[in-house]
Design a protein around this ligand. Structure first.
Ligand code: GRF
Length: 204
């Protein structure tokens, strides 16, 4: 069986991307990162891909007259790599319905959806005073962090946490969850029916 083809989209440090790249080094994992895309240049996420010899591309919204033009250009370059799955791993842009119709797109969010959607999951969880937060992998839909849930992992909030320490603890759990779920999807497939997501034939 051919490994599943992953296109990973990033906007920042790319530690989730790195976890996927490392996992893909084992042929038994069942996937490979065929390209890495970004919405900006000069980020560590792109450098990680370059060091691993993975093709990269970037499309900045500001280089396009319209948001639709940006989105179409992004979709065109992603299409070229024939992904089975697009993984948005810290990619800080919303994708259009047209993009999402074309590609099965997964996103990882540093909170337990449906709690604390948006750009500041760890900050908002801390401000709310929850004792447990976590990370969620979901199939991207038209909303903000609202898509059908693929996997979740809980993370304890500690006394004395600040946003950074909490987010770092979440990211450690998030990377493990992402690698596990993407590998299972690559090897066993995924079915999305409404809000229900099943990985593999054995799942109920
Ligand atoms: C992750 O926590 C992701 O969920 C959030 O931003 C972080 C990206 O981290 N949207 P990295 O770029 O993978 O290190």
């Amino acid at each position: 069986m051919q490994p599943a083809r992953l296109v990973v989209l990033v906007s920042g440090s790319g530690t989730n991307l790195q976890a996927l790249i490392d996992a893909c080094a084992d042929p038994a994992y069942g996937a490979r990162v065929v390209a890495v895309g970004a919405d900006r240049d000069g980020i560590e996420g792109l450098a990680r891909a370059e060091r691993a010899g993975i093709p990269t591309f970037s499309r900045s919204v500001t280089d396009f007259e319209t948001r639709e033009g940006w989105d179409e250009s992004l979709a065109t370059v992603v299409e070229r790599f024939e992904p089975d799955v697009v993984v948005s791993a810290g990619f800080m842009k919303l994708l259009s319905a047209r993009f999402l119709d074309r590609f099965l797109t997964l996103n990882t969010h540093p909170a337990l959806c449906p709690a604390f959607p948006g750009m500041h999951g760890p900050r908002d969880a801390l401000a709310y005073g929850v004792k447990v937060t976590g990370a969620t992998l979901f199939v991207v839909d038209a909303g903000v962090d609202t898509g059908p849930i693929v996997a979740q992992v809980p993370v304890e909030v500690h006394e004395g946490d600040d946003v950074e320490s909490l987010h770092e603890r979440i990211k450690t759990a998030e990377r493990a969850m992402l690698v596990d779920a993407v590998g299972r999807i690559a090897r066993e497939g995924i079915t999305v029916e409404g809000r229900r997501v099943r990985i593999g034939a054995a799942a109920r």
